[in-house]
Design a protein around this ligand. Structure first.
Ligand SMILES: NC(=O)c1ccc[n+]([C@@H]2O[C@H](COP(=O)([O-])OP(=O)(O)OC[C@H]3O[C@@H](n4cnc5c(N)ncnc54)[C@H](O)[C@@H]3O)[C@@H](O)[C@H]2O)c1
Length: 432
């Protein structure tokens, strides 16, 4: 299969799939497939609610019908027939956890069935979804074989290449981040690597096997989770000792090998989810992870801790907690991004509600419908002019929040609590 004969199908056009499809479509004919009709409709209008790809770029690549072979462009579709002619598939569907934090592989099974239905001899299926080691070959390949009737590594081949994008980050975009690649045979690993090299300026790292590539991704996020858990623990200790954690961290960071992590909430669908994938696999093979799950527990408890700290400060300032008007800034799982999935700000909200605080949640980045649908929480996207609050909690460091002097929005004696440590120290009563 020469470069000019690649015809690419991308399954799942979300935060990961759309930027990938767009990059490939600059060099190859690409069909993006998604089961979400609304998503396909918005992409036909060259609009992306995730804000990962701007309208101009979408307009330059999106085409109105499936591109001919040897013609570049991206066609988005919810019809499986449109991906029939593809010979390389990239699967970028979600890999969430269930209510008990167990990996939910259903989207991957369903997407593998879809690909299996259109798979032909010689095709390659590359998975990008974050998984534990073994999912591609032990979970997805059997579905591909069963649905297609073809034989793995004889009729069709697989690859795994984890995604490292950072939503909202306009500098480290997909082409600027080194990409780990792998394939089910040495020849396929070379092909997959070459294919990614077309779009990734930062270069690639060809892993020794699919399982190595899968494991590499999942530990990147588990490592971050554990490091953040450590500084969260430090924040709790230094708070009891009346020492400013950020000042301690700044001092320690002057050593060449000190890692500059900050305390905070750990949400989203990567760092707070991936460690559970690794833990599940470890338990399956008889090892009960201690550090990985301790990190998870500690980080998951931070929302409740923050809410309690705010309430203690309010009581210290002689404020009546019950019925107090508290303004909470930000609900997305991270700054400058509209994604609210698995945001841990909801833990702060629920804990403050348990004290019967009257909360106003303000986030100009979040979609109120999304928040209401996912959490049954009402938010505002515009702050009422002139209204003063009994206390203010900054939970997300959106750039919009950094330009305001929040002292002008709080009543005398009110608490300003900075979870992110991003406001001027003189402005805040305390920070995490
Ligand atoms: N968002 C990130 O920052 C990020 C970074 C690195 C890795 N990842 C991983 O990438 C994967 C995708 O994440 P995402 O954030 O892009 O998810 P997403 O929810 O933004 O997008 C997934 C898309 O897949 C579609 N989909 C679901 N099931 C499908 C199916 N059977 N067939 C076709 N389409 C289907 C959904 O409709 C959705 O549009 C996950 O495994 C995630 O852990 C995400």
């Amino acid at each position: 299969m020469g470069n000019s004969t690649y015809r690419i199908g991308v399954i799942g056009l979300g935060y990961v799939g759309l930027p990938l499809a767009v990059e490939f479509s600059k060099y190859f004919p690409v069909v993006g497939f998604d089961i979400n009709k609304k998503r396909i409709e918005e992409l036909h209008k060259c609009s992306d609610h995730t804000l990962e790809v701007d309208e101009e770029l979408l307009k330059s690549v999106i085409v109105a019908k499936a591109p001919e072979n040897n013609t570049n462009g991206l066609y988005c579709s919810g019809d499986i027939n449109d991906i029939r002619g593809c010979n390389v598939y990239f699967v970028t569907v979600p890999t969430p956890v269930d209510r008990n934090n167990r990996p939910d592989l259903n989207p991957l099974y369903r997407a593998s069935e879809t690909v299996g239905k259109v798979l032909k001899k010689g095709d390659i299926v590359v998975y990008e979804s974050t998984v534990y080691p073994g999912v591609t070959e032990d979970e997805c390949v059997p579905v591909l074989e069963q649905t297609s009737g073809l034989v793995f590594n004889t009729d069709f081949y697989c690859g795994y290449s984890p995604e490292r994008i950072n939503p909202g980050d306009k500098t480290r975009t997909i082409s600027q981040i080194k990409k780990i690649t792998s394939g089910s045979t040495p020849e396929v690993a070379d092909k997959v690597d070459e294919l990614y090299k077309t779009i990734v300026i930062a270069g690639t790292h060809k892993a020794a096997s699919i399982k190595v590539a899968e494991a590499a991704k999942v530990i990147e996020n588990a490592q971050r989770d554990i490091n953040i858990a450590f500084v969260n623990e430090l924040a709790k200790i230094f708070n009891l000792l009346n020492i400013d954690t950020s000042e301690v961290l700044a001092a320690s960071a002057t050593k060449w090998n000190f890692l500059p992590f900050k305390p905070g909430l750990v949400g989203g669908h990567c760092i707070s989810v991936d460690p559970y994938y690794l833990a599940q696999k470890a338990q399956e093979v008889g090892y009960h992870p201690e550090i990985i799950l301790a990190g998870r527990r500690l980080n998951d408890g931070m929302g409740m801790y923050i809410a309690n700290e705010v309430v203690k400060l309010m009581i210290k300032n002689d404020l009546t907690v019950k019925g107090a008007n508290v303004l909470l800034l930000g609900i997305t799982f991270k700054e400058n991004c509209p994604d609210v999935r698995n945001t841990r700000v909801v833990d702060i909200i629920r804990e403050l509600w348990s004290f019967q605080v009257n909360l106003t949640i303000y986030d100009p980045w979040a979609d109120p419908e999304d928040v209401a649908h996912e959490y049954k929480i009402d938010i505002i996207t515009k702050l009422p002019e002139g209204k003063l609050y009994d206390s203010i909690v900054l939970a997300v460091a959106h750039k919009d929040f950094l330009e305001t002097d929040w002292r002008e929005r709080v009543k005398p004696g009110g608490v300003i609590y900075d979870v992110k440590g991003c406001l001027d120290k003189n402005m805040v009563s305390a920070r995490l």
